[in-house]
Design a protein around this ligand. Sequence first.
Ligand SMILES: Nc1ncnc2c1ncn2[C@@H]1O[C@H](COP(=O)(O)OP(=O)(O)OP(=O)(O)O)[C@@H](O)[C@H]1O
Length: 887
Amino acid sequence: MTVPPNTSTEPAANNGLPDRLVKHAVRYADHRAVHRDHLTPMLRHYADLKDQYPHTLLFYRVGDFFETFFQDALIVSRELEIVLTSKDGGKEVGRVPLSGIPHHALDRYCALLVEKGYAIAVCDQVEDAADAQGALVRREITRVVTPGTLLEEGMLNARRNNYLAAIVIAGHHWGLSYADISTGEFLTTQSSSLEQLTQELMRLQPAEVLIPTNAPDLRGLLRPGEKSEHLPDCLPTQFCYTLRSQTPFTQVEARQRLLQRFRVRSLEGLGCEHLPLAVRAAGGLLEYLDDTQKETQIPLQPICTYTLTEFLILDSQTRRNLEITQTVRDGTFHNSLLWALDRTITPMGSRALRRWLLQPLLKVTEIQARQDTLQELVNNGTLREDLQRLLRQIYDLERLAGRAGSGTASPRDLVGLADSLGKLPELARLVESSRSPYLKAVQQVPPVLEQLGKHLQARLVERPPLALKEGGLIRIGVVPQLDEMRQQATDDETWLAKLEVIERERTGISTLKVGYSKTFGYYISISRSKAGQVPDGYDRKQTLVNEERYITSELKERENRILNARKELGDLEYEIFAGLRSEVGEQAELIRTVARAVAAVDALAGLAEVAVYQGYSRPKMVEGRQLSISEGRHPVVEQALPAGFFVPNSAELGNQESNSIPDLIVLTGPNASGKSCYLRQIGLIQLMAQVGSFIPAQSAQLSICDRIFTRVGAVDDLATGQSTFMVEMNETANILNHGTARSLILLDEIGRGTATFDGLSIAWAVAEHLATEVRARTIFATHYHELNELASILPNVANYQVTVKEMPDQIIFLHRVQPGGADRSYGIEAGRLAGLPSSVIQRARQVMSQIEKHSKIAVGLRKGGRSEKNSQPDPPHDPTQQLEIGI
Ligand SMILES: Nc1ncnc2c1ncn2[C@@H]1O[C@H](COP(=O)(O)OP(=O)(O)OP(=O)(O)O)[C@@H](O)[C@H]1O
């Protein structure tokens, strides 16, 4: 059984509770400990529901509050730091623990609990308390909120997707489906290496992963890091996993569910007819949505089948090392690539850019389509600025459409949506003469959406109130019946407003007032000193210190009419609003298709803005394996430095037409000279080019890479018990096993985590293997200057160094990358600059000079290597099977 550790029901260090309550809290820390028949009817209903949803926190609507009882009350009060109180549980039970939150704060508190890894079942009142006529108000579970099924604006991060994933594993084969129910994206794939499954999950960073299992306890939500025997070992533990029954994940059930959902006869058109694992994962995901969303039918876009090989493969180390969405050092968004490039205006544009950066393209035509659009937006600054100005007035159409479709959109959501739809024709006009693909895609607004926008604008008031059922939503002149009711209500209210004046005149009591209280309704108030002058027909209702309160039969009659009219008006307006909302919901798919096109324009306009202000250029995408970058810069470091401080550097790799261009560069240079920066900038430029962005370089000719690998620094992976060196070796093995001639490999410091000779030997062998066997384009940054020898042995290896200027008492970092190998690391100088004591520095210099005197290295080419310098035969004397170093 899998019980989340935090569902422990120990009361939190008394929580500041009085002793009497602690006693109850302990006694009733589990609803099952109480005899059901002894509970009040409401708590009995609560306990029955809790049995059905044992692993959720059950929020039960009572009036204006959502309340939790028993064990849930203890958890909720501890996790949300709110007061734990108690409620009468029945005559023989006494008081049971209670924690409640105001109903309007449900989203906010749910978001906090979901972030902590809890699932929440919301039990709402489904009839008016007045209609229940004294009986228990009818309540039902209206939704189960889990990390992957969030819809409410307040619970979601606007600028990133919130994915729910489902996986099916069969041997080494697997199927993965994922959906963002707030935007409607729904995708599925299948493949055959479990390592790839991990990588794909790492890319998606799903909020929740569903996994079919035969575990008896199926409602468990495994919080990040929690272990379970039912979780396959191959899966990363940092996600929330939900264990599900296997039935909906079977081929027959899953297929049937997909056919029904998308109203098709075969899955051929959806691209997954012959991908059983992809179908099973998708079917299991749909079933989970049906189960958790209850009556709400979540609108999803038609499922899209994809393959992993459609995109540039970036493993999780590479995404981390290139700091695409967060930095390595402190995991912040600030100073990541996305931070440097994201100038989008809308949340949907920002989400699109994030997706693009994590899934760069492989097809030159697709890259060029983005480049062409960027070019137009770079050349036409006025168009770009006008577009961005207009985008500011377009809300998150993707998510608004979703909320309309699921019946959770508020009146303000619909007004926002209507206003945004109203801007689409303007957007279309702005780009009417554009020729580039992404701008052409928004030249036509589907007439049905244009009409829908107008339809909503004509009906909904400009600034509707937050409350749904208190009226004030619908414009005057839209529904005659509504107008008549309003007129009647206004007449009554005017009568009421005049009553005070009339009664003052009639009674001669100048201090007479008409007021309203929640308990008594409307009343006429007269100061006690004038009570003797009260006319006939005044019926005394309440006596206060200084005043008497009266009603009259006419006042009561009007009051009834006014209050009934208000309720009827509120109900009718809500009904009209709900009708409008479902009209929007019916168009959710189309709205989202248009929203995606707008999001892409937003992402590209932002990239164009960066390109203009940072002086980026359009890379030329070429065939073959060429990587030529002239005067390239690191897109993030250059933004962090004062203008003009960044030193640009060029790079040439893998050009088969020129013999002098290497496949592998051995890059040496002092500490802190800029090796890592250079390495990463090449990776980032290649990645940006394949995203379709312009790049921070004077010019570039780049061919398509199938993968970018990086090995940069290393940290202990304490979670999996791997040492720094083992992490380094695992990552290196992965690169050697999966790299191809079309890959770009960036290695920083291989072999540093072990003894010098072991490290140097490994570094040598790895570099040699990459240059001769894999023949990938590689930059190998190292402090082992001995590796410079390789260039004299292998024709496709070259040495480059990052230069410094040595002054009598300091080193000046030039950050220039030039041909040739460095022979010193200036590590001792770096230590001096860092403040090591001068005695230590002096001693280090002595030791260094001794080592330098006695060290020699003689390494030859590995026997059987494919590449030999100038195709010369092996040297007759082969000193080579070992690396020989003497000190
Ligand atoms: N081309 C450049 N122009 C300007 N500043 C640069 C450049 N490259 C690097 N720098 C600056 O130098 C600092 C050190 O660079 P980097 O970390 O790449 O050095 P390194 O050679 O890899 O050092 P180590 O060998 O100690 O790891 C960076 O933080 C950056 O601010």
